[in-house]
Ligand binder design. Structure first.
Ligand SMILES: Cc1ncc(COP(=O)(O)O)c(C=O)c1O
Length: 408
């Protein structure tokens, strides 16, 4: 490949942005206008939220779906539906976004943080088994960037130890294991519809379950009139509100019709990019567990080994990619146990567990390495572009490799 690196003053491989996000057309406009003019903007008297819930349940294969205000809200509703609280431990990945850990803390339970697998970047089943204690009630499975956790193994672990499985599928709509949507394989699952997610309406989320009791509890705790979904149990002062609006639900109905084709496209383009980067030393695309039928690739995840690539530090590699027109990201920059919100007592959460020191029961070297020098992420919309543009991403990696000595 000719030409100097863009970072060092050369011509970039591309200057145009990749695929735009969100994708909108006349159908979205029509749905939003219909909901607007209906004059019924709340699920109490509107119809769009119920309709979306039915369509989303059908789409995911879940028996029940409850639309809520955000992915974080969905996590809190799931924790409350499971009845988790003070004295309970929930095993969760140390390589994680804050929301699932904050949701565990919000009900007064203790997150026990465990390392992830270097192959999948998702919770390590063996490390999880070692972290189980008599107080463990549940395992929180974060399907990172669309890569599914090893659900076969986690289902066996849960059965053996009588634990609940909570799936955070905020980044995994479209990922299937054994042809089933992740999020519907454990006891209760959640999705996020925040603007950057595979299915987006600005802000929103959903709880899914196949369990009658959990669905009833989720409906009850998600707002003080339980969305008129289950017989009215009374208006209790302790019920919060996680309601979604009818305008967001209307938009979700039209956006949902694109998810299948977009997931296929990202999966196909992700595989093409895997083949390109595999040929370069020091770059390994993330692996999915046996049984995965489709990785929806909400993120394109790479394991980067700077030493093998020629000593180019990860930060420099990302700068060089960005300069070539590839919007690469460093991913989570520190293990979740280093997040200051968990090490200082916040008086707005009076029920925070006192055992916060246990947040890091064992060292998590894989997480430390991913946050430090190893993980590189690309956003999902990058993979929605044309096939020749995927080729340009491969070209950028090759160009940087060719000039590695000048960046090391
Ligand atoms: C893995 C994961 N879980 C939960 C959430 C929270 O979703 P929301 O932003 O809709 O509250 C996010 C948001 O990015 C996420 O990445």
């Amino acid at each position: 490949m000719t030409g100097d690196l863009a970072l060092l003053g050369g011509v970039p491989i591309r200057t145009e942005p990749f695929h735009t996000w969100p994708v909108i057309d006349d159908r979205d406009e029509q749905m939003l206008l219909e909901a607007l003019h209906s004059g019924r903007w709340s699920r109490w008297d509107g119809t769009y939220t119920r309709r979306f819930e039915e369509e989303f349940a059908r789409f995911t294969g879940a028996r029940y779906a409850l639309a809520v205000s955000s992915g974080t809200g969905a996590l809190e509703v799931a924790m409350r539906a499971l009845g988790l609280g003070a004295g309970d431990e929930v095993i969760a990945p140390a390589y994680s976004f804050t929301a699932p850990i904050a949701a565990i803390l919000s009900v007064g339970a203790l997150p026990v943080l465990v390392d992830v697998s270097p192959e999948s970047f998702c919770l390590d089943p063996t490390a999880t088994e070692h972290a189980i204690s008599p107080r463990t009630r549940a395992i929180l499975l974060l399907h990172l960037g669309g890569v599914p956790c090893d659900m076969d193994r986690f289902s066996r672990i849960a059965e053996q130890h009588d634990l609940r499985l909570i799936e955070d599928a905020a980044l995994a709509l479209g990922t299937r294991m054994h042809d089933r949507q992740v999020g519907t394989l454990g006891d209760i699952g959640i999705f996020s519809f925040q603007a950057e997610k595979n299915l987006a309406c600005g802000e929103g989320g959903a709880v899914v379950t196949n369990d009658d009791t959990l669905w009833h509890r989720a409906a009850e705790v998600h707002e003080y009139w339980n969305g008129h979904l289950v017989p009215h149990a009374g208006w209790t002062s302790r019920t919060l509100s996680y309601r979604i609006s009818e305008l967001q639900s209307a938009l979700l109905i039209s956006q949902l019709t694109r998810v299948e084709a977009q997931s296929d496209r990202r999966a196909r383009h992700g595989a093409l990019l895997d083949a390109r980067v595999h040929s370069l030393p020091g770059l390994r695309p993330v692996s999915v567990p046996v049984g995965t039928t489709r990785n929806t690739r909400s993120l394109y995840l790479l394991d980067y080994d700077a030493a093998t690539f020629g000593g180019v530090p990860k930060g420099r590699m990302i700068e060089a990619l960005q300069a070539e027109g590839v919007p690469a990201l460093p991913g989570y920059t520190h293990p979740i146990y280093e997040n200051p919100i968990f090490s200082s007592h916040d008086s707005s959460y009076p029920q925070l567990p006192v055992e916060l020191a246990q947040l890091r029961p064992e060292p998590c070297p894989v997480t430390e390495n991913l946050c430090g020098e190893r993980a590189i992420w690309l956003r999902q919309q990058t993979l929605l572009c044309e096939e020749w543009e995927i080729g340009q991403i491969g070209d950028a990696f090759e160009k940087i490799y060719e000039h590695r000595a000048r960046l090391a």
